[in-house]
Design a protein around this ligand. Sequence first.
Ligand SMILES: Nc1ncnc2c1ncn2[C@@H]1O[C@H](COP(=O)(O)OP(=O)(O)OP(=O)(O)O)[C@@H](O)[C@H]1O
Length: 251
Amino acid sequence: MIIARNIALGTRLLPLNFRAEKGEIVHLLGANGSGKSTLLELLSGLIEGQGDIELNGKNMRKIDSMSLARQRAYLNQQQKPAFAIGVYQYLNLSLSAIPQLAPSSAERAVIEVCEVLGVSDKLNRSTEQLSGGEWQRVRLAGVCLQIWPDINPDGKLLILDEPATALDIAQQSVMYKIVRKIADKGIAVVMSNHDINRTLSDADRVVLLKNGHIVTQGAPAEVMDVSTLEDTFGAQLRRVDVDGQILILNQ
Ligand SMILES: Nc1ncnc2c1ncn2[C@@H]1O[C@H](COP(=O)(O)OP(=O)(O)OP(=O)(O)O)[C@@H](O)[C@H]1O
């Protein structure tokens, strides 16, 4: 689905290889400044570094911006709304790259995604009248809709930079649910995360980053041992078993 070979960006990200498959959820985990956002931005095609990225078999440099917008959606770190616009109109902007989209199909998808994310009652609000967590959920709805397979057959990849930001504990669960739902529809999801335990329970694969390079990667249960995590984060951690569920806690 997406294959990156020898991608790098100055000292922010040292040369590395990365891939994510159809329907796979990949979490990027690492300390502040380890290169997660840089890797995600490179994968989005919005910045260019060294190396090559193939999206669905095609060199990303050769994909025009409209086609890129149909194939991948990218949620960057929390931003305040740049301008006031109705939530419904904002979500419709997310659909603007999809050709020949029947209004009834668009409306069905907007309703479905907004219901899952619990923002259906915000559709008539202005983006300026939302709390931080509500705005984050509207932004999430926007990127999901952009590549929602029911209305966009070209959708391939969802890139999320710290999507849990500003979400309360219940809304974080909702976010992880929609990520799994969209992956089950065949979309590759690559997301940065700071919740080690959610990565243990929710990621198909984890990539641990430190100082711009990959420490290790693989199935979370296999590669996220305490000593590797302690080295990655420079923190003292311990592993506990709560009713059969493994949790990593800070000392
Ligand atoms: N625009 C920029 N110009 C130059 N250096 C940058 C820029 N943005 C980030 N950096 C540096 O690149 C490195 C990687 O930053 P990046 O934002 O990718 O880390 P991160 O893992 O996403 O961190 P966080 O968890 O804090 O979001 C850091 O050393 C950071 O200081």
